[in-house]
Write a protein that binds this ligand. Structure first.
Ligand code: GRF
Length: 202
């Protein structure tokens, strides 16, 4: 029996260590159909090239506004027949227009235990708040910023001698473990979304 794989697009802007983790995991039910970057200089594009993964660049600076930019991204996606989009360090906020086009088919990884510390500099926010534990979250993207239903989380302790860099480094290790795991779960279809909860279905 030939079961078709989920066609995944990974959106990046920078180094792409999460992209690398997704590639290295070799998720059996997922095919990385496309890497899309808004930044022509993203190292993630090199990673895609090295692994023979198709890549597209849509530089937001070439467009007059968000709507025009997102229209172009949707156009670029079309021929790749993508089922799922994984944001992996993609530094653009997607508007409700785009999110609706891929409703419940966009996921993101965030370096904190949401709903704590949404937005930028999540590890810095954790350090400044004095929490003893932080972590990372894979979640569906809804129309808010870092507000969608949680798929998986991992906990990372905040150590007394941590600075932003050391804490982020340990968070990243967990990101690289749970992002592929979450994508495998989503691709399996064995889940349902109930309000803000993502529940496993056998
Ligand atoms: C990660 O920390 C992720 O949580 C955040 O952006 C960073 C991406 O890093 N959304 P990389 O490009 O995958 O190395």
């Amino acid at each position: 029996m030939c079961v078709s794989k989920t066609r995944l697009a990974v959106f990046v802007s920078g180094s792409g260590t999460n992209l690398q983790a997704i590639i290295d995991a070799g998720i059996p039910n997922v095919e990385i159909a496309l890497v899309l970057s808004n930044n022509p200089g993203a190292y993630a594009l090199e990673r895609a090239k090295k692994h023979g993964i198709p890549a597209e660049i849509a530089d937001h600076r070439d467009y007059s506004g968000r709507e025009e930019y997102e229209k172009r991204v949707l156009e670029l996606l079309e021929p790749y027949e993508v089922d799922l989009i994984a944001l992996a360090g993609f530094m653009r906020i997607l508007s409700p227009y785009f999110v609706r086009a891929y409703k419940n088919r966009i996921v993101n990884i965030h370096p904190a235990l949401l709903p704590s510390f949404p937005g930028m500099h999540a590890a810095r926010q954790a350090l400044e708040s004095g929490v003893k534990f932080t972590g990372c979250t894979v979640h569906f993207v809804d129309e808010g910023v870092d507000t969608g239903p949680t798929i998986l989380q991992a906990v990372v302790p905040v150590l007394d001698d941590d600075n932003e860099e050391s804490l982020l480094e340990r968070i990243h290790k967990e990101e690289h473990r749970i992002y592929p795991e979450a994508l495998k779960l989503i691709a399996s279809g064995k889940f349902r979304i109930e309000g803000r909860r993502v529940l496993a279905v056998n």
